[in-house]
Design a protein around this ligand. Structure first.
Ligand SMILES: Cc1cc2nc3c(=O)[nH]c(=O)nc-3n(C[C@H](O)[C@H](O)[C@H](O)COP(=O)(O)O)c2cc1C
Length: 379
């Protein structure tokens, strides 16, 4: 039943990526804000929810497809926006876009992508979404919105949890800046990982490709992104006719107000713990936000999802769709395109296995009933 895979678990992907990547690059992907407590808790919290197995049910050929917004996806999860993916391995951006097309899942293209939003749309097709940071002035953001529209994007994600880029200790320690500054420390790091270094140099050092026009050329990773405010959201809703999703929401009152601004979906996330180290695990915010916005507003969830079981738990706690960040980038870093495909296939297999244990054939039947109630749940 099981064929040989390059990656059979998250831990596999992480260990292999760690070996292949220079430390500075691995830390950029894996690192988080402050003492990295929030990132750790994002993972641990999944262990505190228990799934109820049901026996003797017909479970063959389960349906894993998910209708979300105006899309019919084959799987209930997708690829979260991540800047500078080509740092994981040359060609990663294209691999992501093409894998999303093959598996029929969404691929979210970051403002800080290492390929242009136009190229990524061409490679990925319909289910490619664009994520917007409102860096510096709103004027630059409007240019980006117009470009996304002209390139044919119909779903826009406004990320709102990075008013200021957080202090990421690993990046500070490693001297990670964009564009790279290569001193002795970085040179040694790269020299110790020749496979990555030679492959990357041959293809050209990745840089944020959406910033090639005029003054935007000088992308500053640490620039304020506080241009995303309530006023901007109101204006964006008026101007963007497609699906509008707000990403990075953790507070039920914020969620209600964002819902009232007329968005199509809210993305519950603490940015994988990369922004506020004192944040509770994002999974705990999910049921609160579901209560606040009611049953009908589509909710996306990310932060700490590593396995098929995690995906099922997030769906049970109120998400309609689930996204993954680090695991996807680490899978590519570990084994390039094969690693990515193996990781997505692994998640698919895991969801199937979990559904069989739960006695379910249809993903849409997942609800809070599959979880043990609070008496068994260490909240
Ligand atoms: C290397 C890296 C780069 C990221 N870049 C962005 C970005 O450009 N825009 C954005 O909205 N989120 C960005 N994120 C956050 C992810 O979209 C997502 O919220 C987070 O990774 C989810 O947590 P997880 O890594 O535990 O799955 C980034 C995350 C990582 C790991």
């Amino acid at each position: 039943m099981w064929e040989t895979k390059s990656i059979i678990s998250f831990e596999d992907a992480k260990a292999k990526a760690k070996r292949r990547l220079p430390r500075m690059i691995f830390d950029f992907i894996e690192g988080s804000a402050g003492r990295e407590v929030a990132a750790e808790k994002n993972l641990q919290i999944f262990n505190d929810f228990y799934l109820r197995s049901k026996v003797l049910a017909p479970v063959e050929d389960p349906k894993l497809n998910a209708d979300f917004l105006n899309y019919s996806f084959d799987l209930p999860f997708g690829i979260a926006p991540m800047g500078m993916c080509n740092l994981a391995w040359p060609g990663a951006d294209r691999n992501l876009a093409e894998a999303a097309k093959t598996f029929k899942i969404p691929h979210c293209v970051s403002t800080a992508a290492s390929s242009s939003l136009e190229e990524l749309k061409k490679w990925g097709g319909d289910q490619t979404w664009f994520q917007l940071y409102v860096n510096r002035s709103a004027k630059e953001a409007w240019t980006m919105v117009d470009r996304a529209d002209a390139a044919g994007y119909t779903t826009l994600i406004l990320t709102v949890d990075v008013p200021v880029v957080s202090r990421r200790v690993r990046d500070l320690r490693n001297g990670f800046v964009v564009p790279f500054k290569i001193g002795l420390k970085q040179f040694i790091d790269f020299a110790l990982h020749p496979n990555w270094s030679l492959s990357t140099i041959m293809k050209g050092i990745p840089e944020p490709k959406n910033f090639r026009h005029g003054s935007q050329n000088s992308f500053d990773r640490n620039a304020s992104r506080a241009g995303a405010n309530w006023e901007f959201l109101g204006e964006l809703r008026k101007r963007w006719k497609g699906n509008l999703i707000v990403k990075g929401v953790m507070d039920p009152e914020d969620a209600k107000r964002i819902q009232n601004a007329g968005v199509n979906a809210i993305w519950v996330s603490n940015h994988g713990g990369r922004q506020l180290d004192g944040s509770p695990p994002a999974l705990l915010a999910l049921p609160e936000i579901r209560d606040s916005v009611g049953p009908n507003l589509p909710l996306i969830f990310d932060s700490g999802v590593r396995s098929g079981e995690d995906i099922v738990k997030a769906l049970a706690l109120g998400a309609n769709f689930v996204m993954l960040g680090r695991p996807i980038m680490l899978a590519i870093a570990a084994s390039s395109e094969k690693g990515l495909n193996d990781y997505i296939s692994m998640l698919k297999e895991e969801i199937k296995v979990v559904m069989a244990q739960l006695g379910l054939k249809d993903l849409s039947k997942i609800s809070g009933d599959v979880l043990y109630d609070d008496i068994y749940t260490k909240m």
